[in-house]
Ligand binder design. Structure first.
Ligand code: ADP
Length: 336
């Protein structure tokens, strides 16, 4: 069942078209990442779902019901939880009070009458691993803990969907991967439907069941991470989702790539391009970036073609080496 559906949604700010005919379906229980470069309309799309903006045309449906146009539903009545980029916690409220703010006004009033013992707040704080920190203020928490408070606040009213806007942009790169893992674990435990906005390919591929790739206000491909990476719809998508060698068909054939599908351009991901040092080799390593877990090489072939090759860091090839290039059998996709 679909939790969120967008049908031909358009939104412009003056002469800037932010969302231009976007279609998207997020199924119940799914984790979808909305991935695209900065300025392509991701945050606007999120705001249209949350109800902070109204579309100029098209329709947004949540839980099967239209929430835009004549059937407009206010943000607070959409049952959508939102985690903002900067978390938007109230600095003068404790963790528990911030989370209580996520609950509908009636529940907050009932909580005040009961003097603070709302079991739902304890539940969600437990879920995000902050059961002991309800009395702290946001400034007494780490960035990661603040994010979990924002998540608890979004989850408190049991929303139909949680929207996350670039949740790791304020986190230093060293902590990011641990936090990603923790966020995925919490959201999985909560069993909620998720739409996460990011411009970070690695984040989208690592976290999502499906990735919706957005470009210039439209969704250009929605697929499982593996498929998006190996079978992008066009050259732009191939290059946005990872490092790509895009070769004319004849060049790929000369490297021994057997391409059955029709199409003029062949995508070879760099991990398929193997190098063997050989004095008479047809390639020369002209650039080399050691990255710890792997090495990215730029190899120039005799006809001038430049290829990316990604090799494990236990297979070191010195800069300037002559190499034989061999393409490992693997997923190769073709587009026109
Ligand atoms: P993203 O989240 O992908 O970076 P946004 O949705 O924030 O993209 O923005 C899409 C486009 O709409 C950009 O060109 C941006 O400058 C413009 N835009 C977004 N919000 C506003 C606004 N409130 N007023 C004017 N232009 C806006």
């Amino acid at each position: 069942m679909a939790t969120v559906q967008l049908e031909s949604v358009f939104k412009a700010y003056g002469r800037t078209s932010a969302v231009a005919g976007a279609h998207l379906t997020v199924l119940s229980g799914e984790f979808v990442a909305l991935l695209g470069p900065s300025g392509c309309g991701k945050s606007t799309l999120l705001r249209l779902i949350a109800g902070f903006e109204a579309p100029d045309a098209g329709e947004v449906r949540i839980g099967g019901h239209a929430v835009t146009g004549a059937s407009w539903v206010a943000p607070e009545d959409r049952r959508v939880g939102m985690v903002f980029q900067d978390y938007a916690l109230f600095p003068h409220l404790t963790v528990a009070e911030n989370v209580a703010f996520g609950l509908p006004a009636a529940a907050r009033r009932a909580r005040r009458r009961r003097r603070g013992a709302d079991p739902r707040i304890a539940d969600v704080l437990g879920l995000v691993g902050l059961a002991e920190l309800g009395a702290r203020f946001p400034h007494e928490l780490s960035g990661g803990q603040q994010q979990r408070v924002a998540l608890a606040r979004a989850l408190a009213p049991s929303p139909q969907i949680v929207l996350l806007d670039e949740p790791f942009s304020a986190i230093d790169p060293l902590q990011r991967s641990a936090m990603r893992e923790e966020l995925a674990r919490i959201l999985d435990l909560a069993g909620t439907t998720v739409l996460l906005v990011t411009h970070d390919q690695e984040e989208a591929l690592a976290l999502a069941d499906r990735v919706a790739l957005m470009r210039d206000g439209a969704i250009v491909q929605v697929d499982a991470p593996e498929r998006l990476y190996h079978e992008p719809v066009d050259r732009w998508s191939a290059e946005f989702v990872g490092t790509a060698n895009v070769l004319p068909r004849a060049h790929a054939a000369a490297l021994g790539v057997d391409v059955a599908a029709p199409g003029e351009q062949v995508l070879l991901r760099p991990e398929l391009v193997q190098l063997a040092c050989a004095p008479g080799g047809a390639g020369e390593v002209v650039c080399r970036e050691f990255r710890g877990h792997d090495v990215m090489y730029r190899v120039r072939l005799t006809d001038g073609t430049l290829l990316w090759s990604q090799r494990p860091s236990n297979e070191l090839v010195p800069l300037g080496s002559r190499v034989h290039v061999r393409v490992h059998p693997g997923p190769v996709s073709v587009f026109s």
